[in-house]
Design a protein around this ligand. Structure first.
Ligand SMILES: C[S@@+](CC[C@H](N)C(=O)[O-])C[C@H]1O[C@@H](n2cnc3c(N)ncnc32)[C@H](O)[C@@H]1O
Length: 248
């Protein structure tokens, strides 16, 4: 059994923004890629609190979601209910998707660094092969992350990712031996709540060449790497995002 490292973080996760707070650039990117590859049916295999389920559903595609964390799924279920949306949700480890999802999809999503929770090459390949198997021929796997060659530079070790009147979220990252320990400091500073919480996540550092090698080994025939939602190619010295589109 894998430990649910989101059990504590899940209820505050959406301080990043509610699922209906759509990033228009991300939405436009997903739409463009889905049109390019003729996508109709989608599986989000690390759906978290449901951000991409909401975006993709609103764009008119069929989507189902799963995640390993029951606490993230609980928040997701509540979020979708609040929006009046009914999307099938399952608790599934994305290394074993075939045990639960027997249909195939035109696109599988594994967004916002969800793949970096795999710490060994064996697990990474297992997960990517499992995603590959859920795809129709010529289907695509889409993965995104905010970790790039640029963001790993020491000057970005501390980043204040949220800072509003009532709440701040600070990331402090310790990088060692191919991993980053992301320490998340949540500070509630409103008139009614003064509290500090700390969460830590150990994430595998995966960059452009890692994705190319791993995805090829998992069977994907084409791997495209973008550095932003405007579809500019990934560049080591100035990309703030690493976005992967891999075709079966
Ligand atoms: C940073 S969150 C991103 C959530 C969502 N994709 C988003 O973009 O908001 C990473 C998610 O990956 C999920 N995850 C980690 N390991 C997993 C696994 N083995 N199988 C399925 N989901 C997993 C976590 O439970 C968490 O919800």
């Amino acid at each position: 059994m894998v430990k649910d490292i989101y059990s504590d973080f899940a209820k505050d996760y959406d301080q990043f923004g509610s699922i209906s707070d759509i990033d228009q650039k991300e939405q436009a990117f997903i739409n463009k890629v889905f049109q390019k590859y003729g996508v109709k049916q989608v599986l989000d295999c690390a759906c978290g609190t449901g951000k991409h389920l909401y975006i993709v559903h609103k764009m008119g595609f069929d989507i189902v979601g799963s995640d390993y964390s029951s606490s993230m799924l609980d928040v997701c279920q509540k979020n979708l209910m609040k929006e009046g949306i009914n999307i099938p949700l399952k608790q599934v480890d994305y290394r074993y998707l075939e045990n639960t999802w027997n249909q195939k999809y035109d696109a599988v999503l594994c967004m916002t660094q969800a793949i970096a929770h795999m710490h060994t090459k064996d697990d990474l390949i297992k997960a990517m092969k499992s995603m590959y198997k859920r795809l129709n021929m010529n289907g695509i796997l889409v993965m995104t992350q905010g970790t790039t060659h640029l963001t790993l530079q020491n000057q970005f070790r501390f980043s204040l990712v949220i800072n509003n009147q009532d709440f701040s979220r600070l990331y402090v990252r310790d990088i060692e031996d191919g991993f980053q320990m992301v320490n998340i400091l949540d500070i509630f500073h409103s008139t009614t709540k003064n509290e500090m919480k700390k969460h830590s996540m150990k994430l595998k550092i995966l960059l452009d060449d890692d994705f190319k090698c791993l995805l090829k080994e998992a069977g994907f025939k084409k791997v495209e790497l973008y550095g932003d939602y405007q579809m500019n190619s990934y560049q080591k010295d100035n990309s703030w995002k690493l976005i992967v589109v891999a075709q079966k």
